[in-house]
Write a protein that binds this ligand. Structure first.
Ligand SMILES: [Zn+2]
Length: 250
């Protein structure tokens, strides 16, 4: 089976009918687990509904660093109240490139989510654009252990530090053409890799709307780079997934 550990299937990008088709196509490709991530108030509620409706969809709730929320504690309260319905905290992190939220404020919010994930013993799905080092430092400081660095764009030194910490990387389907992700796959042991699409973004052929069925492209490229069969990569990645997500992975 294939697993997409990070995508966005909310109504900003897909209406109900489209989601139905997206899930159907995923089923046909044997993509059996799809983690839909929330980024803010509306999306988090939609994620809960999607996870209720489709057995393939598991929910992750969070507030994206580019989202401006007036009352973050209220949303954290909502997430805590729905902890039994989700598999991870995400998408959370820091974005010093595009966010309109100032860096200190982002750090304060990220800290709250790290503490929440540690408290609930849930993995964190981390966005770290142009703030890779800061993200790593905070995760280390607050002793988070269960981590997925999603679409990690930092350099080799930081990749090695993440690997040494025993954290995981999720490799987007754009690894098909993106050299940075290809190099990351070369460098990191397969036991620390997961796959994602970040749908609707990062289509494996650059253009068009991405979707979970395309996560297979990540697996194929990993198989090619690691010189393993596709089946072997499937088995390894599933094992990594079960290890990280524990009982919630079933
Ligand atoms: Zn994302």
């Amino acid at each position: 089976m294939f697993i997409d550990v990070h995508c966005h299937l909310d109504s900003r990008f897909y209406d109900a009918e489209e989601v139905e088709k997206v899930i159907e196509r995923a089923r046909k490709k044997n993509v059996k687990i799809i983690i839909a991530s929330g980024i803010g108030i509306n999306e988090n509620r939609e994620v809960i509904e999607l996870a209720k409706k489709y057995k393939e969809i598991k929910g992750a709730l969070g507030v994206h660093p580019t989202e401006i929320l007036r009352n973050i504690d209220e949303e954290i309260g909502f997430i805590r109240a729905h902890a039994d319905k989700i598999i991870a905290i995400g998408e959370v992190g820091l974005d010093f490139l595009e966010s309109k939220v100032d860096c200190d404020k982002q750090k304060k919010v990220f800290q709250k989510f790290i503490e929440l994930a540690v408290e609930l013993d849930l993995p964190l799905i981390v966005h770290s654009r142009k703030a890779e080092k800061e993200c790593i430092e905070m995760l280390e400081d607050f002793k988070a252990k269960k981590i997925v660095m999603h679409c990690f764009s930092g350099g080799f030194k930081l990749i090695d530090r993440i690997a040494a910490n025993g954290w995981n990387f999720s490799v987007p389907a754009s690894v098909k053409y993106n050299e940075h992700f290809q190099n990351l796959v070369k460098r990191v042991d397969i036991s620390q890799l997961l796959c994602e699409t970040d749908a609707p973004f990062l289509h494996p052929s650059r253009d068009g709307k991405n979707e979970p069925s395309f996560v297979v492209e990540s697996y194929k490229k990993i198989a090619e780079i690691k010189e393993l069969s596709l089946k072997k990569v499937e088995i390894e990645i599933e094992r990594n997934f079960r290890k990280l997500f524990g009982a919630k992975s079933n």
